[in-house]
Design a protein around this ligand. Structure first.
Ligand code: NAD
Length: 261
C-alpha cells in the first residue's frame, strides 16, 4: 500500500485508460477522485465498487474539461474534499480524424481544449499545493502521437506533441520541489476511443471489426499486441514510487515498439 495517504485525481477516468490507472492507483492505497462522462447510475456503481474493492475513498466530479472554469473547480474541489492533491493524472482526451483541409474548426478547438489546455489549467491550479507539501506527481497521458504523426489526426497530434513539451517545462520548473512531471506515451490500447475508430474503418472499407483490429495494430506497431489500461496504470504507479523520484520530464513509451521505427 505504497500510496496510502496520497490523493490522486485522474481525469477522464469513467472509461478506458483513465479507469485502468484509477484502479491500479487505488490498489496501491491512494484515495481517488474520478472524473469523466457517462451514465450517472453506472458511474455511481463504479465509484462505490472501486472504493469497496480497495478500501479507499473514491469521489466523482463530472467537470467538463473543455471549460477552463470547470477544470479549475475540479482541482479545487478535489483539494477541498480530500484535504489535498498529491497525484494529478491528466488523462481525459478525445479524437477526431479528417484531412486538414476538411477539419471542422470547432473540432480543432475541442481537441485542443480537452487534450491540451485542460492539462495546462489543471497543472496551474494543482502545482502550488504540491510545492507547499514538497511532494507531487504529475502524469500526463500523451500518446505515441506525442512523438510521431499520423495523417488525418492534425489536432490530436498537435495537442499530444504540445503535452510532451508542456510536461518538460513543468519538470524544469519543479525539478527541486519534490514534484516530478512525466508524459506516458501509449501505442494502441483497446478502449472506446479506439473502438470508434475501428468501427469507422470497418464501415468505410467494408471489412469487419476484427479485421480492422488486427490491421490497425500491425500498421503501426512491430509488436502486434494492444497495451492494456492496467499496464498503463502500472507504469503510472511506478512513477509515483520513491524509486522513480529522479525520473522527470520524460516521455515514456509503452507502445509495442511503435517509436522504434
Ligand atoms: P476513452 O474514450 O475510453 O476515455 C476518455 C475519457 O475521457 C472518458 O472517461 C471520457 O468521459 C472522458 N472525457 C472526454 N471528454 C471529456 C471532457 N470534455 N471532460 C471530462 N472528461 C472527458 O479514451 P482512452 O482511449 O481511454 O483515452 C484516454 C487517454 O489516453 C486520452 O488522452 C487518449 O488520447 C490517450 N491515448 C489513448 C490511446 C489508445 O489507444 N486508446 C493511445 C494513446 C493515448
Amino acid at each position: 500500500m505504497a500510496l496510502h495517504g496520497k490523493v490522486a485525481l485522474v481525469t477522464g477516468s469513467t472509461s478506458g485508460i483513465g479507469l485502468g490507472i484509477a484502479r491500479v492507483l487505488a490498489s496501491h492505497g491512494a484515495a481517488i477522485a474520478l472524473n469523466g462522462f457517462g451514465d450517472a447510475g453506472e458511474i455511481e456503481t463504479l465509484r462505490r465498487k472501486l472504493g469497496d474493492e480497495f478500501g479507499v475513498r473514491v469521489t466523482y466530479d463530472g467537470a467538463d474539461l473543455s471549460r477552463v472554469s470547470e477544470v479549475e473547480a475540479l482541482v479545487r474541489n478535489t483539494q477541498n474534499e480530500h484535504g489535498g492533491l498529491d497525484i494529478l493524472v491528466n488523462n481525459a482526451g478525445i479524437q477526431f480524424t479528417a484531412d486538414i483541409a476538411d477539419f471542422p474548426a470547432e473540432r480543432w478547438d475541442a481537441v485542443i481544449a480537452i487534450n491540451l489546455s485542460s492539462v495546462f489549467h489543471a497543472m496551474r491550479v494543482a502545482i502550488p499545493g504540491m510545492k507547499a507539501k514538497g511532494w507531487g506527481r504529475i502524469i500526463n497521458i500523451a500518446s505515441a502521437h506525442g512523438l510521431t504523426a499520423s495523417a488525418q489526426k492534425s489536432a490530436y497530434v498537435a495537442a499530444k506533441h504540445a503535452v510532451v513539451g508542456l510536461t518538460k517545462v513543468a519538470a524544469l520548473e519543479l525539478a527541486n520541489a519534490g514534484v516530478t512531471a512525466n508524459a506516458i506515451c501509449p501505442g494502441w490500447v483497446l478502449t472506446p476511443l479506439v473502438e470508434r475508430q475501428l468501427h469507422d474503418r470497418a464501415r468505410s472499407k467494408n471489412t469487419g471489426f476484427d479485421v480492422e483490429k488486427r490491421d490497425l495494430v500491425a500498421e503501426k506497431q512491430p509488436m502486434h499486441e494492444f497495451t492494456t489500461p492496467e499496464q498503463v496504470g502500472a507504469l503510472a504507479a511506478f512513477l509515483c514510487s520513491d524509486d522513480a523520484r529522479t525520473i522527470t520530464g520524460a516521455p515514456l513509451s509503452i507502445d509495442g515498439g511503435w517509436l522504434a521505427h
